[in-house]
Design a protein around this ligand. Sequence first.
Ligand SMILES: Nc1ncnc2c1ncn2[C@@H]1O[C@H](COP(=O)(O)OP(=O)(O)OP(=O)(O)O)[C@@H](O)[C@H]1O
Length: 240
Amino acid sequence: MTILDVAGLSYSYDGVTPVLDDVSLQVEAGTIVGLIGPNGSGKSTLIKNVLDLLRSQSGTVTLGGHPHTSTAARAEAAYLASNDYLPQFLTGREYVQTLAKLYGVRVDDDAARALFARFSMEGRYDDLIEDYSHGMRKKTQLVSALVLRRSLTVIDETLNGIDVEALHLAERELRALRAEGRAILLCTHDFTLLERLADRIVFLDLGEVVAAGPTADLVAEHGSLADLVFDRLDSDSRAS
Ligand SMILES: Nc1ncnc2c1ncn2[C@@H]1O[C@H](COP(=O)(O)OP(=O)(O)OP(=O)(O)O)[C@@H](O)[C@H]1O
């Protein structure tokens, strides 16, 4: 079953320069899709279009079969942004519970507190976010996605900056989401993480999908995901 379906999406911030050019991709239930591409290739713009944080200009996007502008679509996806801008005046518990209310789901404080403890934030669930470190804010975003357990979790470089122990645990938790049939769109420059975790890769360059397929096939063809990118950057097609 397709959870996210993007077809023919184009976008320009200034109405002149295309940032996304006819992008199509699908994310199936029970899969992790890695979104890769050089800085400025349009990954975050694509994610913001998908989540209707930027109003799409052409093409279609559906989430769980619903047009992405609909309330039903919004309930399908959890979004972990690349920044760590969380409301400073809330505690971790208030933040998690506010999100839960917005999504209309019930979140058990004990379960969320236990996740805080597992991510080495024991005893910090009721502290103000203002007093959290950068990594703790990132982990709070991650915990919120883990307790919300939406059909699709979109992660935009959110795992950058968390320590190796948290990353190890995050990988396990993301695998558990996938095992439950949930989908994950994971945007990161950490190619080794994607080689371990992602079922499929979508490679965006200059706003276009230039490669897409099963991670294992792309690695077999190019040697590694880094080599896939290097091959593209060195290719004539990019220079022209
Ligand atoms: N709000 C904005 N207004 C105008 N241009 C923007 C805006 N946000 C992004 N851009 C431009 O759109 C292009 C794509 O940016 P985007 O952030 O989507 O890339 P990215 O692939 O996520 O990059 P990175 O890997 O550096 O995070 C870049 O040229 C960027 O300067």
